[in-house]
Design a binder for this molecule. Structure first.
Ligand code: COA
Length: 164
């Protein structure tokens, strides 16, 4: 899939694990202990219940997103755009791709956790239709709170009626 003349979106390859993990450490997990190490990212790239997407320009990793697909719920674990490429729609394109595939897979909701002090990401997710569901006190190390955000792909009343 093409986003602009040079940037393409594709499924991550094994060799992307190192850079995704490094970017996660610097752009998402900064100030916290590093949980998304290369081996964990690699296991997600190889996990059939997970999709790891990348946007790249030539050999540069522009943005990435990692989502787990459960039976009726998807969970977005990682999403970041290289600072040099922000506000160009790359994260939106990755997330819209994942949300479209979640709809096809019949998921009812997609959720995520975001740092309570990360106003930019919260604004981004709200723009994409996510709503804050609850505050999770001390979710991260050092007592940092998370906000759980959720997007309903189908009406909650319809989801309740679906056979399990
Ligand atoms: C949040 C993040 C992924 C957004 O990536 P991006 O590629 O710049 O986002 P997009 O260009 O697709 O933004 C789409 C829309 O979201 C909103 N948005 C994005 N970043 C925003 C910000 N910092 N402040 C307010 N609104 C923002 C805007 O409405 C934007 O549309 P516009 O540029 O036409 O106004 C990026 O800022 C990032 O990597 N942050 C650090 C990592 C992070 O916090 N990840 C989320 C962890 S849960």
């Amino acid at each position: 899939m093409r986003t602009n003349s040079k940037v393409i979106i594709e499924i991550a390859r094994d060799r992307d694990a190192l850079l995704i993990a490094a970017m996660s450490k610097d752009l998402i997990e900064f100030g916290l202990s590093w949980r998304w190490k290369p081996s964990r990212v690699l296991s997600m790239i190889r996990d059939p219940d997970c999709v790891v997407l990348v946007a790249r320009e030539d050999n540069n990793l522009v943005a990435f997103a990692l989502m787990e697909y459960h039976e009726i719920h998807g969970h977005l674990n990682l999403l970041a755009t290289d600072p040099a490429y922000r506000r160009q729609g790359h994260a939106r394109q990755l997330l819209q791709w994942l949300l479209a595939s979640a709809r096809v897979a019949g998921l009812a909701t997609v959720g995520l956790e975001v740092r309570s002090d990360n106003d930019g990401a919260q604004a981004f997710y709200q723009r994409l239709g996510f709503r804050i569901e609850k505050r999770r006190k001390g979710y991260y190390a050092k007592g940092l709170d998370a906000l759980s955000m959720v997007l309903h792909l189908i009406e909650p009343s319809q989801a309740a009626r679906r056979p399990q």
